[in-house]
Ligand binder design. Structure first.
Ligand code: NAP
Length: 441
């Protein structure tokens, strides 16, 4: 008999789980349920628009989606259209692969001012995610403060300072390209609350900042230690040493070399966002690192800026019918097992860390657990489709997604790869509606 599996979330973790299930010699029927009509999660809406090579992994996911054991149901939101407990009644196993779409809150006075946007929202905006396409951030400022020194902070800084020519092969959404193009931004500050060797960015991403056409990276040589010291594992030590080497190269660059600058500033912990209703600056406390933690020194400084982007990590959202650990922002689990027939993979399982490939072992493990734990017997797909009909939900199939994708590619101005649909109603119009409303945007 067939084991019926529902995977909620069509990002990398969901696809790797589906793929691992189909790779085994088992009789499985997998329904991949996604709240947007469009699949691929953070590959589409998180990975930077100018990192198209990284996005190519979606071709592998498309192959998985077209395997006979799998069916895709886009535009079905758990909690809005269907409840988790209903799915658990219908499927032998349900896998939560819903990621971590929320911003970690920046807890400091002034964080609610206009002009403060968490990186989930800001990245979602420039990537054309329907939930954030109307964010409309005011980029009419010369200076921007990005809080955090991870890869997302670097992505945000880079997108703000690259030229239109550098972005021509990207899928930066047109409204964002226009806003960035018109903005007078000359200086972007990346603030790390700890030291340069504690930064979370990886070296390829850091080095890229040294090769931009109109922007020079700035580092204060006085903040850089001679060498990395500390008890790190080999791989970790190598990354930190490479980053330090790159930062030392940056420290020799001339701020006047190019019209724009990205400043890497360490030992600086933001304490208050300044201004009236709108952001006018950021106040920071200088820190030293003790036992790996940033400790304030009581010395403060301020920088004027009109936009603050806290890029301080993400959180998952609680899902009705599943437990939630508010402190860690994940669904509590034991190596992925949440409850009988309920599993978690990816960022909702282990928090927002790692690369795209880090999700692969999660998927493999979940597939093994499902096949070991679950007895077939539940009705699966037919019952799910009946439920959708009963609730008046219009699911988007994978072949329909391919039509949306073809329209996005046809609508792009070469060499851009696609012009995304950024509103769900426009995607559905492209499938069902009249020609007038079928254009991407
Ligand atoms: P991240 O790597 O965890 O970096 C978060 C940064 O925010 C750290 O510098 C952290 O400093 C800082 N931070 C956290 N809380 C803070 C606070 N309250 N005040 C000041 N600073 C604070 O997270 P991310 O950049 O969001 O990236 C998420 C994951 O996606 C990472 O695994 C990343 O590598 C991956 N990613 C990869 C790429 C790529 O490969 N190109 C691109 C984007 C994202 P502390 O270290 O002191 O906590």
């Amino acid at each position: 008999m067939t084991i019926k599996v529902a995977i909620i979330g069509a990002g990398p973790a969901g696809f790797y789980t589906a793929d691992a299930l189909t790779e085994r010699d088992a009789d499985v029927a997998i329904d991949l349920i996604e709240y947007l009509p469009t699949p691929y999660g953070l590959i589409r809406a998180g990975v930077a628009p100018d990192h198209q090579t990284t996005k190519k992994v979606q071709k592998t996911y498309a192959k998985t989606a077209q395997k006979p054991q799998l069916r895709y149901y886009g535009n079905v939101k758990i909690g809005r259209d269907v409840r988790l407990d209903e799915l658990r009644e219908i499927y032998d196993a349900v896998v939560l692969a819903i990621g971590a779409p929320r911003d970690n809150p920046a807890r400091m006075p002034g964080a609610d001012k206009q002009g403060v946007y968490g990186s989930a929202a800001f990245v979602g905006w420039y990537n054309g995610h329907p939930d954030f396409r109307d964010l409309n951030p005011d980029l009419n400022t010369q200076a921007v403060a990005v809080i955090g020194v991870g890869n997302v902070a670097i992505d945000v800084a880079r997108v703000l300072v690259k030229t239109p020519e550098e972005m021509a092969t990207s899928d930066l959404q047109d409204y964002a390209a226009e806003a960035v193009g018109k903005s007078p931004i000359t200086d972007v500050y990346l603030f790390g609350r700890r030291g340069p060797v504690d930064a979370k960015f990886t070296n390829v991403e850091l080095r890229e900042m040294g090769k931009l056409e109109q922007c020079v990276p700035i580092v204060d040589a006085a903040q850089l230690p001679d060498a990395v010291t500390g008890d790190y594992e080999d791989r970790d030590l190598r990354v930190r040493a490479k980053n330090l080497e790159t930062l030392k190269e940056f420290a020799g660059r001339d701020p006047k070399e190019k019209p724009k600058r990205v400043h890497f500033a360490f030992h600086a912990s933001p304490v208050e966002i300044l201004g009236g209703d709108r952001v006018e600056g950021l106040r920071l406390e200088r820190t030293r690192v003790e036992d790996g933690r940033a400790v304030g020194t009581g010395e403060y400084f301020e920088i004027p800026c009109g936009l603050v982007v806290p890029a301080i990590g993400y959180r998952s959202e609680p899902i009705e019918g599943a437990p939630f650990d508010e402190k860690r922002g994940i669904v509590p689990n034991e190596a992925g097992r949440v409850a009988d027939g309920l599993y978690a993979v990816g960022w909702i399982k282990r928090g927002p860390t790692g690369t795209i490939a880090t999700n692969k072992p999660d998927g493999k493990l979940a597939a093994e657990q499902i096949l070991a734990d679950c007895k077939p017997g539940k009705p699966g797909r037919a019952a799910f489709e009946a439920l959708l009909r009963e609730k008046g939900v219009r699911p988007v199939s994978f072949s329909e997604w391919l039509r949306i994708e073809a329209a996005e590619e046809a609508g792009a101005t070469p060499p851009a790869p696609r012009k995304k649909f950024t509103r769900v109603e426009n995607m559905l119009d492209a499938l069902d509606g009249d020609k007038a409303t079928q254009e991407a945007g």
